[in-house]
Design a protein around this ligand. Structure first.
Ligand SMILES: *Cc1c(COP(=O)(O)O)cnc(C)c1O
Length: 477
């Protein structure tokens, strides 16, 4: 399996060759040359599989044996997807399922993706990435310095995945004193030598701009082997495909049944994996994209116009991990929507990359969106609180704010005849303040995380300066 760029002007490469990078050299995103197909017989065979076996059945079709020997791939998967790693399952759910489902009512389920170490769905892919990075780096004798910016979830998932990994250092920028106490404690309490937390005096965008500036300094990037694990990384998307199959198999008896998924979305990384699962043959009826007040994606799926917004028009909400107005993985879906015409993608993103927008009505592409199963809706702060309350009252289940955005939209858009899986992207313990606001009581926290905020913390406070960050990397490599 080779990977090509959505913009069509980069050489085709193998899985391990694109693993450590982000964008293709032509500015596009990598996708498989063609999607592997899972037949009816394949799906039937999958029905007896546990998560690890399922992950291997899918990922071994995306990674060549000549690239990463499949016996090694299997060992990496087996080491990653263990109940001990994804141990925060609710009472009554089995951690062995890795992504257990929870029935709320007839044809309505939560697919729990947030039982990993940082209580958010990003652990599903990031833990695998950590083990894959270590494997590929040790095989080629390379090292990498991962540089990233976070407003909370991505940074902690990356650090918990990369801590202690040979050949990997993580330099994670976060806005000084702007993350929740829980998120700060989660990241800053790590004492591993290869993890460096940099608290930048500024907002998230300042941190993000520094990462961009360092990455655009090609000499520095090459000399210090700067890598990234942001949401466009193909390895992350690939790992996320697995739980769509897992969820489907958990709530259906035979392959004639279709299911729908609702996905709380920001960067379009999670739902993009659902789209690809569908392209591989998974019987999906609807893929419902749920946004918060930052509704750029909902606007596209309603109108055919994609108009990313700037930082000034991006609101800070109570589902902060979806406060995104430029969905970096969206280009992957549009590539398929326009019939994999990379010249057309280049045209569309020439506009977007220069601060513009595009409209897919005129050439008829927008009419085809429904053929891909996509539907969308949005939610706001009051909706979230109401949904959290309703879920608690009706089902006895406390959900987090992001999952609440999903459930709200799912209830509006679903076909009650078709099983609906709402992806649970974080556990409520991670967003305590909003839960207290909705329910008047703090959410239950996994016992092993009690006292997290009292652990000793380690971070370096820095002015929002590219040179200061570069000097810090130089001094610590
Ligand atoms: C990252 C994140 C999302 C959004 O996922 P995308 O892949 O960016 O669409 C939703 N919910 C939570 C809790 C997240 O951390």
């Amino acid at each position: 399996m080779k990977y090509i760029s959505t913009r069509g002007q980069s050489p085709a490469l193998s899985f391990s060759e694109i693993l450590l990078g982000g964008l293709a050299p032509d500015g596009g995103l990598y996708l498989p040359e063609q999607y592997p197909q899972f037949s009816d017989a394949d799906l039937t065979a999958m029905r007896g599989m546990n998560y690890r076996e399922l992950a291997f059945a899918i990922l071994s079709r995306l990674v060549d044996d000549s690239d990463i020997p499949h016996s090694d791939l299997k060992a990496i998967i087996d080491k990653t997807y263990r109940a001990e790693v994804y141990g925060f399952a609710r009472a009554g759910q089995s951690a062995e399922d890795i992504t257990p489902t929870l029935k709320l009512e007839e044809n309505l389920y939560l697919l729990s993706l947030s039982n990993g170490p940082t209580l958010a769905f990003k652990d599903m892919a990031m833990q695998l990435l950590g083990n894959l990075f270590e494997y590929v780096l040790s095989k080629t004798g390379q090292t990498t310095n991962i540089l990233g910016a976070t407003s909370g979830d991505t940074g902690s998932a990356a650090e918990y995945a990369m801590r202690g990994k040979k050949g990997v250092r993580v330099f994670m920028l976060s806005p000084y004193q702007k993350m929740s106490r829980f998120q700060t404690a989660q990241m800053f309490s790590l004492q591993d030598d290869n993890i460096f937390n940099i608290a930048v005096k500024g907002v998230f965008d300042d941190a993000q701009d520094i990462v961009k500036a360092v990455s655009n300094d090609h000499d520095f990037k090459a000399q210090y082997k700067i890598g990234a694990v942001n949401s466009i990384n193909w390895g992350r998307i690939a790992a996320q495909i697995v739980y769509y199959f897992k969820g489907y198999l958990a709530v259906t008896r035979d392959n004639k049944q279709k299911v729908s998924f609702t996905v709380p979305s920001g960067n379009f990384g999670n739902v993009c994996a659902g789209h690809i699962a569908r392209m591989m043959g998974l019987p999906v009826e609807q893929l419902i994209v749920a946004t918060n007040e930052n509704d750029v994606l909902d606007e596209f799926f309603r109108t055919g116009v994609y108009a990313p917004r700037g930082a000034a028009n991006t609101y800070h909400t109570s589902s902060p991990s979806m406060d995104i107005s430029k969905a970096s993985n969206f280009e992957r879906f549009v590539f398929d929507l326009v019939g994999q015409d990379s010249a057309r993608v280049r045209e569309l993103w020439t506009a977007v990359d220069h601060g513009g927008k595009f409209d897919l009505n005129a050439d008829g592409y927008f009419d085809q969106v429904a053929d891909f199963g996509f539907v969308s809706g949005s939610s706001n702060h009051a909706d979230r609180l109401n949904t959290i309350r309703a879920s608690k009252q009706k089902y006895g289940v406390t959900i987090d704010t992001h999952t609440a955005d999903g459930l709200k939209v799912a209830l509006e858009k679903r076909d009650p005849q078709v099983p609906m899986l709402v992806l649970e992207t974080a556990l409520p313990a991670k967003f305590e303040d909003a839960i207290v606001e909705a329910l008047g009581v703090a959410p239950e926290r996994p016992a092993s995380l009690n006292g997290l905020e009292d652990l000793p913390q380690r971070s370096t406070v820095m002015d929002a300066s590219v040179d200061a960050v570069k000097a810090f990397i130089v001094a610590n490599t």
